[in-house]
Design a protein around this ligand. Sequence first.
Ligand code: DAH
Length: 344
Amino acid sequence: MASDGSPLRDRLEAIRAAGLTAFAAAVDENDLESARVRYLGRSGEVSAAMASLASAAADERPLAGRLANEVKRELENAFENRVAELKAEGEPPGLRPDLSLPGRRTWIGGNHPVTQVIDEICEIFGELGFSRAVGPEIETDWYNFTALNIPLDHPAADMHDTFYLNDGVLLRTHTSPVQARVLMGSEPPIRILAPGLCYRRDPFDASHAPAFEQVEGLAVDEGIDFVEFRAAIDFFVRRFFGAGVRTRFRASYFPFTEPSAEVDVSCFLCDSSGCSACKGTGWIEIMGSGMVDPAVFEAVGLDAERYTGYAFGMGPARIAMLRYRIPDIRLLYEADTAFLEQFV
Ligand code: DAH
């Protein structure tokens, strides 16, 4: 660019500057065409400069030749760009690109908040030796009910509560049938978590969804007692909700556990002072649980005298709603990327 005493290269630089200015200044097609003829035409300035290469000094020629090509290409590009610009300016405003718009970000995506909660639960129990297990969403009534000591005339097995596909085949209403599948497919010691979708004939409203996730837990071995069970749940609660959060076991009933307990945690939103999430009680229920009922061991053919264990089931969507203060469960299941993006 800087002059080093070569008249031809100085001339090319001057043509470049003048040509670029002329193209940019052209206000219509005629203007632009005459600038093109002047700089890029057959007998235009670039051609004339190129013609004089022949008479340039031999050591000057390669540098000047390269520059001439560069200037020519740059002017051709500038000309094409200006043609496009003038064309766009001539179009109705709606068709013109609005250069003031912010750029489009590429959607990268991320794990759904419920998946994040499931992964975290699995990670924490993973430290206690639990691995992941999966079972089918289409189940038989034997695994879903009978093996779990739920008689088929129990209200939970009713047509009104459950999606039946065929006689005896249904969409599982909980992840507990995975307990029976794992117990039949492997020898204790067993420590598994089974996250997955469940289905119930519930309305789709602020607190119910007909398809929802559960995370099932099961530990079976010789000599597992209630103390180990409490310790495992306590460990999970403190790791998941925070070191200061307390656990409370409330006597309950499930056909497949004896004794059964509902597990509550001290409200981590209001520090137990009473808020809408804990309904003023200071406690939030997070899971159903209990010691595996011997009837389940008998149903799957395990020695109920030899083995004991504990089981639990929780709803990660509810936990995600509490944690992120999501007021309506439907938000989690409507594919609204603006909503979901907040959790990426
Ligand atoms: N399956 C139960 C339900 O869907 C939840 C549950 C309760 C699972 C107690 C368990 C348990 O493993 O021990 O309501």
